[in-house]
Design a protein around this ligand. Structure first.
Ligand SMILES: *[C@@H]1O[C@H](CO)[C@@H](O)[C@H](O)[C@H]1NC(C)=O
Ligand SMILES: *[C@@H]1O[C@H](CO)[C@@H](O)[C@H](O)[C@H]1NC(C)=O
Length: 505
């Protein structure tokens, strides 16, 4: 690769950090920068996941046939569903499918589509799990899907599944994740352009397959690293609509749960959040934040389309996170109320056990494709994307009336509410002043305070009580209420009403 001046500058920054004689910076080396491959592996082990492959790149025997239809979808019923009523496959409306990605060499994207338990008129919602490189089936079975997995691997209906109010899609992406695969390594994605183009092409094919759903409202949702995917996909869909590229997708809004969207602001919030929550003392906080100016400069160099500078920023800035973690001991960084036992922070191993059963794989029609719960290769391939700022495309969407909800469980450290609240408030758009001036009102579910809401016009921020990184797992009922009210445009209304009531008493 030809060296450019930003390359030198970022290497210089890195050297500056590593060679700095400041004792404070040297102290940081107690938590030396981790290699990305080590970070990715650690992430997966902490969730008790053991995928057989680092990515789903398959042999030539699985090559695509040019003549095959773009979408192959089947209605299915999971075996082992605890279902005393004996609902038929037709009534269920559960589909599993593969989409042959149009702008790829040989890639197929796997998805689940669950028809709404209420009405086919309900909005269409797409859910994207983060990682980068983790399968959306993580959310399907542990957060907001129609079922949860019991310990004996039976499926139990989820009373608060998001399919109660929406026709919901769970997509395995970027390519190589979950059951999605390719036989050509050139299909591995490295940035949000690759990710959002693939998802846009998928949506076009999906609505072509289900034309009656194209007129429904459409919402993009997800979590964690999807704080990058979601704004990128929203912008891609909006662009496609404006240019009349294909089927009009009735995009009404996008919602980011405990996401990473604006790294410069969010990395600046780590030490503050950790100190507020009693994980760091003031002096530890100050010492760790000495690296912040270097991190911020590195992120600025990365911008929205840097390359090597973005990798340098990842390495520099993540010393902040690893330093906090080195002091926090075995605190679970997805939920600081919890401890990681040994190397285990959560145990999501049942999703692998469940999906690797012969009967389940047969029902889904995945053949001998491996289930890659989280892909280390996809994680590493997206490294250049990590520090890019995805906030920049959002104001234009808000100004065209597309709604954004940013929500965050209050006990998550890794994508904490403080950093999210800060970037949402700092975002410059026509309604910024009014948003910033809006009062914080309680978000109530069943008469109890489930969170704190700030909203104005199309923009809402919700701090969710009693929840960590995975809000729908920790607060299933409140999260379903949140989705429903937000889609109906009632998120702020109900709470504003009770707010005025309280203040007039
Ligand atoms: C499996 O667990 C579920 C939920 O705990 C229970 O309802 C069901 O009866 C169990 N099934 C078997 C076969 O033990
Ligand atoms: C169920 O669907 C109907 C018809 O589309 C809609 O009016 C109603 O609000 C939905 N109910 C819920 C709980 O979402």
């Amino acid at each position: 690769m030809k060296a450019s001046s930003p390359t030198f500058l970022s290497l210089f920054l890195l050297l500056l950090l590593l060679l700095s004689p400041l004792p404070s910076v040297v102290a940081l080396l107690r938590a030396p920068p981790r290699l990305p491959s080590v970070s990715a592996e650690k992430l997966i082990r902490e969730l008790n996941l053991f995928p057989n492959q680092p990515i789903n790149i398959v042999g030539d025997s699985n090559r695509l046939h040019a003549a095959a239809p773009r979408i192959v979808e089947r209605r299915f019923k999971f075996p082992n569903v605890i279902d005393p009523r004996g609902v038929s496959v037709e009534e269920l409306g559960h589909h599993a499918g593969y989409y042959q990605i149009e702008h790829s060499h040989a890639a197929r994207m796997f998805y689940f589509f669950f028809e709404s338990r209420n009405s086919s008129e309900d909005p269409v919602v797409i859910w994207l799990t983060g990682g980068p490189g983790c399968s959306s089936e993580m959310a399907l079975f542990y957060e907001n899907g129609p079922f949860t997995i019991a310990n004996n691997l039976s499926l139990v209906w989820n009373e608060y599944g998001w399919d109660k109010v929406s026709n919901i899609l769970y997509v395995d992406q970027p390519i190589g994740t979950g059951f999605s695969y390719s036989s050509d390594r050139r299909d591995i994605r490295h940035d949000e352009k690759g990710v959002s183009d693939d998802l846009y092409d998928f949506l076009q094919a999906f609505f072509k397959e289900h034309p009656h759903l194209a007129k429904n409202d459409f919402y993009i949702t997800g979590e964690s690293y999807a704080g990058h995917y979601i704004p990128a996909l929203a912008a891609r869909v909006h662009q496609g609509n404006k240019a009349k590229e294909g089927i009009h997708v009735n995009l009404k809004g996008f919602a980011i749960g405990n996401g990473l969207t604006d790294p410069a602001i969010q990395y600046g919030a780590y030490a503050d959040y950790a100190m507020d929550m009693g994980i760091l003392t003031q002096s530890e906080h100050d010492r760790i934040n000495k690296v912040l100016p270097v991190c911020e400069t590195a992120i600025k160099l990365c911008g929205t389309d840097g390359t090597i500078s973005c990798v340098a920023a990842y390495i520099v800035c993540n010393t902040i996170f690893s330093s906090i973690f080195a002091r926090a001991g075995n605190v679970n960084y997805y939920d600081i109320r919890k401890k990681c036992e040994g190397s285990l922070c959560y145990d999501f191993s049942n999703v692998e056990k469940f999906l690797n059963q012969k009967s389940v794989r047969g029902a889904l029609g995945v053949g001998d494709i491996e289930f890659v719960s989280c892909s280390t290769t996809v994680y590493e391939a997206m490294l250049v994307d990590w520090m890019r700022n995805l906030e920049v495309g959002i104001p234009a969407l808000l100004e065209d009336g597309i709604k954004l909800l940013v929500y965050a469980g209050e006990y998550d450290l890794i994508c904490n509410w403080l950093g999210n609240s800060r970037w949402v408030h700092a975002m410059e758009w026509r309604g910024q002043k009014a948003f910033v001036a809006s009062p914080e009102v309680p978000f109530e579910v069943d008469g109890a305070k489930a969170g704190l809401l700030t909203s104005h016009g199309p923009l809402s921020f919700l701090k969710v009580h009693d929840a960590g990184h995975m809000v729908p797992m920790d607060q299933p009922k409140a999260s379903l209420e949140m989705l429903k009210r937000w889609m109906e445009g009632l998120l702020s209304k109900s709470t504003t009403d009770s707010g005025t009531l309280v203040s007039s008493i």
